[in-house]
Design a protein around this ligand. Structure first.
Ligand code: ADP
Ligand code: MG
Length: 151
């Protein structure tokens, strides 16, 4: 299958992209974000929050692993960079199965606990501040979402 890709030339474009994606999201949707430090995972999450009509500013939850925001739907923002081991159970399931949208930075670090179906987005650093976003859907729901967003 051909990968779904989006090239962003500046932070605002990443935000615009995730903001439009957010408008298509439903309760129970899970998005995994992968990429080096500074790749734009939190920036992407800010756009999601805007698209979910969240008024509060989203920032890196450095010491808090999970932060919750209220908008059109709740947004559960996880940054699992500091989770000690991949099996450490912080009640992730309740968020994945909850009434909101979950976004997980560094999701592979809790790979064993992730739901089977989700949308993984890899962010790669390019030249001159560009970023390549590669979307990897797992499950029909997310395949359709990718087609819709990249039409
Ligand atoms: P991460 O959460 O992956 O560590 P952040 O989103 O916190 O990354 O930081 C990304 C940094 O890169 C921000 O300072 C942002 O302004 C900058 N940046 C530059 N170009 C882009 C782009 N095209 N998309 C996203 N962020 C970008
Ligand atoms: Mg971050």
């Amino acid at each position: 299958m051909k990968p779904f890709e989006f090239i962003s030339s500046k932070p605002e474009e990443t935000i615009e992209f995730s903001k439009s994606l957010a408008k298509l999201l439903k309760a129970g949707d899970v998005i995994a974000l992968e990429g080096d430090l500074g790749a734009g995972k939190t920036t992407f999450t800010k756009g999601l929050a805007l698209g979910l009509e969240i008024k509060k500013n989203v920032n890196s939850p450095t010491f808090t692993i999970i932060k919750e925001y209220q908008g059109r739907l709740p947004l559960y923002h996880m940054d699992v960079y500091r989770v000690e081991d991949s099996f450490e159970d912080l009640g992730f399931d309740e968020y994945f199965d909850g009434n909101g949208v979950t976004v997980v930075e560094w999701a592979h670090l809790i790979a064993e606990q992730l739901p089977e179906e989700l949308l993984t987005i890899y962010l790669y650093l390019g030249e001159n501040g560009s970023r390549r976003l590669v979307l990897e859907p797992k499950g029909q729901r997310y395949e359709e979402l990718c087609k819709e967003i990249l039409l």
